[in-house]
Design a protein around this ligand. Sequence first.
Ligand SMILES: [Zn+2]
Length: 385
Amino acid sequence: MQFDLLIRNGQLFDAAAGRVGRFDVAVYRGRVAAVEASIDPGTAAQVVDAAGAYVTPGLVDLHTHVYHGVTYWGIQAAPVAARTGVTTWLDVGSAGAWNFGGFRDFIVQPSVARIYALLNISGIGLIAPSWEHWNLNYLDEALAIKVAEANRDIIIGIKARIDKNTVGANGLEPLRRARRVADACGMPLMAHIAHGPPEVDGVLALLREGDILTHCCTGGSMRLIDADGRPLEVARRAREAGVILDIGHGAGSFDFEVAEAMLRHGMPPDVISSDIHQLSIRGPMFDLPTTLSKFLALGMPLAEVFAAATAKPAAAMGLAGQVGTLAVGAHADIALFREEQGDYNFDDVFNHRRSGTRRLVCEGTWLGGRRLPTLPEPPPAPWIV
Ligand SMILES: [Zn+2]
């Protein structure tokens, strides 16, 4: 057999397929065609020597904002994909029912990366930095259902940001509406938490198995640990019931002290995602590999860190077997990382700093077997100072 591409001699981390160790990965027509301890380099048109590097499925980022040019937070996915190994992007709520058409036509359709979406329960999506649930007239359930049903190839769930700045005086009503829409469509629901009111108990009471709680390590008033640094009982119960805890680092949502407390008490995050957007891309979040490196600094094992950015988010999106794995037959989305060693400082967004000795640096990204070209980073949006 003549393969198109062979990546050999690397250290593979494929949690979904249960393969961790020295494997060669061969690609044919955009799909993984063979994974063996050793594959003859003479069988491939192109050979990449990954000796000394980590080979992972293309990363799956469960929390991103890529509706650039239309929404406050949106960035361009393509330049970041090429330099970070993130091949599958879940945009969480940038588009609502009134502007999803543009998201499909102008963002998803021309994209080199794989982009999926959670539909914002607010019709205006994330046009502005906040306030999208202040006016309940924006939260048209029937319309949201209609748009979600008509775009099932892209929309895989419903999003609601629940915090004081986003809901105003409307409390949990936006989340109740999102719950009903998600149920009507048979889709998962992602809720964001930050500073209340509302309180986090009320949010968790509306989430079930397969739903996602993002910003699970927020240091805001809705945090998941108590004053003694112990995980809230309601959070533990939600996790045991199958609610997925997602990091969503962002520019205001990651607190090392909360993350440490949760790791210490046996509640690691299920998914490590970036919440990359116009603000967070400028640091201290920067990108998903940097966020993964922070969890290495906290002592989370490398294989678990990679699983939390490949197998687990892919499963949460209902895409297991297609992305987030290099099993035979999966999309040939591949990332290559080198682990650099030195003395590094990592910052959260609550003025805490931790030091680490390891940093993951992406050295190549392939999507469907094609290497993504390096692209120039666009300038920040005019409102970013
Ligand atoms: Zn976000």
